[in-house]
Design a protein around this ligand. Structure first.
Ligand SMILES: [Zn+2]
Length: 529
């Protein structure tokens, strides 16, 4: 296998990809290099900015330089020691409608120049295509992918099998299902550039997840044209292992300054919100006084620094098990990104299935967006499908979540349990907890039920969600009496009203106690010995 997965969080992976020249680490960003005109030197990109790989266009190489890269070898020709991926001219098809090469010729050319990772000449679907047109691009790409295996002669190149279909998800699914039958080492999602330019990150989520659910998970997925660092965490969390970006250079040409949170016009900046070596030594005013060419180089280098830094943050977040939190923070930078994170609800079961069950750190919950987190979905599934309460417990104590963890060791719970035990020795406790819902006392130390922090008071969607989980639990169990400790300050009476209704329906005796009654009485003094 050329791809080895080392660490996981959500659908993200830190992996090792073995190319013929070197092993590179994913998630990996490939800056797009124009072989005819390069703003930032490749030596700088490799040595100073630390990029392990780049992508360039085999079609442009062939048109402009013909045999020169073949004679020198691609690495020497470009002056880059890292991994080099080549695209085939598919993007030119998208822009110009046609290219002056054919699938066989461009495969042979990529073999002869010595690409590490190479791409077949696929037909991009594009954004504004009808379903019929899109189906044609899918079918033609598949036909070319099948023919490719009769053409290729080298075994040391990692070949990319692109998935097409655009916004037509049924076609994306078909394309991925057929493509995964072929022995490509890497898959790629085509056509997202226009989707991203129009800020339809929700459609992008649909496209990525549809491809992901129909491709083998042990092969890396490349996202073509994922330009902006503010969406890297979303793309990585949904399972993209590799991206390429020309945005750093395109933005620089337009005087645009990237940050991990968005984009500024250089002319509108008074201060640089960045500590990269370029920004640390200049002010926006000084840069504006430079020549247009110098300004462009400055911006391109800064933009690359920002992209590299965000990829490192995303990797550290995977390592820490905090990619969700990182993605959520980024999502607040644009409503379109937030919409995209909400769209993950549609894929919550798939994400849950492939997310690690134990993480190195606890979880932070801010609002109802977190209700679709894999840890929450997993707990609810286990509780519904596998859990039964202890035998012979007719009384249920429903206790609100406590700030101290584990829940059963909190002062307020211990005190309540001690008092109750005198009247009802055989009762069972479940905590109602945001965002997990019902947490039986005997499970409350299992990860992550005691390893999380929640922002209080809760929002309406969260209280309603937990109230529903609580009602469902009461409906499928056989308690005769329920004692509910109500915490209206944090829970807004949502749980109590739902539980009242459910108890009435099931003829269960309900007693309620205000949490204040427990909190205001002083804790017992330790006995003198
Ligand atoms: Zn900077």
């Amino acid at each position: 296998m050329s791809f080895e997965i080392k660490e996981k969080d959500l659908l993200a992976r830190i992996g090792k990809l073995k190319t013929k020249n070197r092993i590179v680490e994913t998630p990996l960003l490939f800056p797009v290099i124009n072989p005819a005109f390069q703003l930032v030197s490749l030596n700088k990109i490799e040595k100073e900015l630390g990029f392990e790989a780049l992508i360039t266009n085999a079609y442009i190489l062939k048109q402009r330089f013909q045999n020169q890269p073949i004679q020198q070898g691609l690495h020497k020709f470009l002056g880059f020691n890292g991994a080099i991926m080549t695209d085939s001219g598919a993007y030119q098809i998208l822009v110009y409608g046609n290219v002056q090469t054919d699938p066989k010729e461009i495969v042979e050319y990529q073999e002869r120049i010595g690409s590490d990772i190479a791409t077949i000449l696929d037909i991009p679907t594009g954004w504004k295509t009808t379903e019929k047109q899109a189906a044609q691009t899918v079918n033609e790409t598949l036909k070319r992918a099948k023919q490719f295996f009769k053409i290729k002669t080298h075994k040391d190149i990692l070949w990319v099998g692109p998935v097409q279909g655009g916004r037509h998800l049924n076609l994306v699914a078909k394309s991925a299902k057929e493509m995964q039958k072929l022995p490509f080492q890497i898959h790629a999602l085509g056509s997202p550039t226009e989707v991203m330019e129009s800020y339809r990150f929700d459609v992008l989520v649909d496209m990525i997840l549809t491809a992901k659910m129909n491709l083998p998970l042990d092969r890396p997925l490349h996202l073509f044209g994922a330009g902006h660092p503010f969406m890297f965490s979303l793309a990585v969390a949904t399972g993209c292992d590799m991206f390429d970006s020309a945005a750093y250079a395109l933005y620089a040409r337009e005087g645009r300054y990237m940050t991990e949170n968005g984009t500024h016009r250089l002319s509108e900046l008074n201060y640089f919100p960045c500590t990269c070596p370029k920004c640390a030594k200049a002010t926006p005013k000084q840069v504006l006084e430079r020549s247009p060419k110098e300004r462009e180089v400055f911006l391109a280098e800064h933009n690359l620094h920002v992209c590299a830094a965000e990829i490192r943050r995303v990797k550290q977040a995977i390592h820490d098990g905090r990619l969700w939190e990182h993605m959520e923070i980024r999502a607040y930078n644009h409503p379109a990104l937030f919409t995209a994170v909400k769209r993950l609800a549609k894929y919550k079961d798939f994400i849950e299935k492939h997310s690690p069950s134990v993480k190195p750190s606890g979880l932070f919950f801010y609002n109802s967006l977190s209700l679709i987190r894999p840890e929450v979905i997993r707990h609810q599934k286990l509780l519904t499908e596998r859990y039964t309460p202890p035998d012979k417990t007719e009384t249920l104590l429903l206790f609100p979540q406590t700030s101290a963890k584990p829940l059963h060791k909190s002062h307020e719970y211990k005190k309540t349990a001690k008092t109750l035990k005198k009247q009802t020795p055989n009762f069972h406790t479940c905590f109602y907890v945001a965002p997990f819902g019902i947490t039986p006392v005997e499970l409350d130390e299992i990860y992550p039920l005691s390893q999380h922090e929640t922002a209080m008071p809760l929002d309406k969607e969260t209280t309603q969600h937990v109230a529903k989980q609580t009602a469902d639990y009461i409906k499928r169990t056989n308690y005769k009496t329920i004692i509910l400790i109500n915490d209206p300050q944090n829970w807004n009476n949502t749980v109590i009203s739902t539980v009242k209704r459910t108890c009435k329906q099931k003829h269960i005796t309900l007693k309620t106690i205000h949490i204040k009654e427990i909190l205001t009485t002083k804790p017992e003094q330790p006995r003198e010995t």
